[in-house]
Design a protein around this ligand. Structure first.
Ligand code: NAP
Ligand code: ZN
Ligand code: ZN
Length: 356
C-alpha cells in the first residue's frame, strides 16, 4: 500500500509554499521506509523554488537534509531496522556502474544522480509522479544504498543539516587535505559556512571567516574561527593577502571574487560551492603568478557522507539551528534571502499535523 505523505510544496516561482499531499512508494526489497522527523532548509531549496537555475518542475517539495526514523525495511535490507535513526541527503539513487559511482562519488554519476527532489524519477519515489519530491514531508522511501546512519550521540534536529551543509563542506576539506597547519578561509557565514568553520577547526586548521558585516563575528569565533574579516574592508583584505591554502566560498549570490583570489597562498585553491549562474570575472595574472586554482565541488558521495557523520558523532559537532513549524517556511525563506539565519532553519515535521 503506498504511503500517504503530507508535505509543503511550491506551485510556482512567485507563490508561497503550501500544504500538499501525495503518496510514497511502498518499500520494495531494497528500500527503507522513513518517518521524517526533521528537514533542514538549504539555500539550494530556495534557488529551486525560485527557479534561479531554470528547469524547476512544479509542484515541487524541496528538502534534502532529512533526519528521521525507520518504519519498515524490505526483505534484502540487513543494515537498517525499524526504529533506527537515519538520514537522507541530496541523492536517492545513481547508476552505480559508472566510474564515479564505483569510486563512491555518486554525486558525479555520469548519466546523472537522482536528486532527492526535482530529478526525473525512474523508480517512482513519489507515486504517479515523474519527478522526485523531497524532505519537506513526513514520509520518504529510499533505497538502502542512499540511507545514512545518524550516530546516537547527535540529536536528529541539529544533525539534519549535516546531510547537505555538512558533507558539502566536508568533501572539499578532505579533497584538499586540510589538517593541522592548514590555513583555511570561509567566505559567507551561513548554513554551509558555519559547518565549514566547525569542520575545518575540528580537523586542526587555522580558520578565518570572511563576512559582509561584523554581525556574526562573535559567533564565528565561538565556532572555532581564529580570525574574522569583513570582505569590503580593503585594508584588512590587503593585510590578509597570500595567506590561505584553501578558501571555501559559500556565497549564494553573484559577487566579486577577484580580491579574494589574492588571499590565496602559492598553490592555494578557492573552491566555489554557491550555485551562482552568472559569470564571475577572474583575472589570469593573480592565478598564474602564484599557481593558484579556482575549483568547484558538489555535495559529497555516500561513503564520505557517512564518514562525516561519524566524525561529527565522535567530535560532538552539530549544526546551529532554528527549529520552525512547516507553515513558517515562507518567512524562513525571506530571512534566508537577507542572510538572516543563525545558522540553519530546520523544519519540525512533528508539527505538520497542525499545519497541513
Ligand atoms: P545561506 O545559509 O543563505 O548562506 C549564504 C551566505 O552567503 C550568507 O549567510 C552570507 O554570509 C553570504 N552572502 C549572501 N549573499 C551575499 C552577497 N550578495 N555577497 C556576499 N556574501 C553574500 O546559504 P547556504 O545554504 O549556506 O548555501 C550557500 C550556497 O551554496 C547557495 O548558493 C546554495 O545553493 C549552495 N549550495 C551548494 C552545494 C554544492 O554542492 N556545491 C550544496 C549546498 C548548497 P555573510 O552573512 O557572512 O556575509
Ligand atoms: Zn543543500
Ligand atoms: Zn553512476
Amino acid at each position: 500500500m503506498p504511503i500517504a505523505t503530507r508535505a509543503f510544496a511550491a506551485t510556482a516561482a512567485d507563490q508561497p509554499l503550501r500544504p500538499h499531499s501525495f503518496e510514497r512508494r511502498d518499500p520494495g526489497p531494497d528500500d527503507v521506509a522513513i518517518e521524517i522527523k526533521y528537514c533542514g532548509v538549504c539555500h539550494s531549496d530556495l534557488h529551486v523554488v525560485k527557479n534561479d537555475l531554470g528547469g524547476t518542475h512544479y509542484p515541487i517539495v524541496p528538502g534534502h537534509e532529512i533526519a528521521g526514523v525507520v518504519t519498515a525495511v524490505g526483505a534484502n535490507v540487513a543494515r537498517f531496522k525499524q526504529g533506527d535513526r537515519v538520514g537522507v541527503g541530496c541523492m536517492v539513487d545513481s547508476c552505480r556502474t559508472c566510474s564515479a559511482c564505483r569510486e563512491g562519488l555518486e554525486q558525479y554519476c555520469e548519466p546523472g544522480m537522482t536528486q532527492t527532489y526535482g530529478s526525473r524519477d525512474p523508480k517512482g519515489q513519489a507515486v504517479g509522479q515523474t519527478i522526485t519530491q523531497g524532505g519537506y514531508s513526513d514520509r520518504i522511501t529510499v533505497d538502502q544504498a542512499f540511507v545514512l546512519k545518524i550516530p546516537d550521540s547527535l540529536p536528529l534536529d541539529a544533525a539534519a543539516p549535516l546531510l547537505c551543509a555538512g558533507v558539502t563542506t566536508w568533501s572539499p576539506l578532505k579533497t584538499w587535505g586540510v589538517g593541522p597547519g592548514s590555513k583555511v578561509a570561509v567566505i559567507g557565514l551561513g548554513g554551509l559556512g558555519h559547518m565549514a568553520v566547525k569542520l575545518a577547526a575540528a580537523l586542526g586548521a587555522e580558520v578565518t571567516v570572511l563576512s559582509t558585516s561584523d554581525r556574526k563575528k562573535a559567533d564565528a569565533e565561538r565556532m572555532g574561527a581564529r580570525h574574522f574579516l569583513i570582505n569590503s574592508d580593503a585594508e584588512a583584505m590587503k593585510a590578509a593577502a597570500e595567506q590561505f591554502d584553501l578558501i571555501i566560498n559559500t556565497v549564494s549570490a553573484t559577487h566579486e571574487i577577484a580580491s579574494h583570489v589574492n588571499l590565496l597562498a602559492r598553490d592555494g585553491t578557492m573552491v566555489m560551492l554557491g550555485l551562482t549562474t552568472e559569470g564571475l570575472p577572474v583575472f589570469a595574472m593573480p592565478l598564474l603568478w602564484r599557481r593558484r586554482r579556482i575549483a568547484g565541488s558538489l555535495i559529497g558521495g555516500i561513503r564520505e557522507t557517512q564518514e562525516m557523520l561519524d566524525f561529527c558523532g565522535e567530535h560532538g559537532i552539530v549544526c546551529e539551528i532554528e527549529v520552525i513549524a512547516p507553515d513558517q517556511i515562507n518567512q524562513a525563506y525571506e530571512r534566508m534571502e537577507r542572510s538572516d539565519v543563525r545558522y540553519r532553519f530546520v523544519i519540525d515535521m512533528g508539527r505538520m499535523a497542525a499545519t497541513a
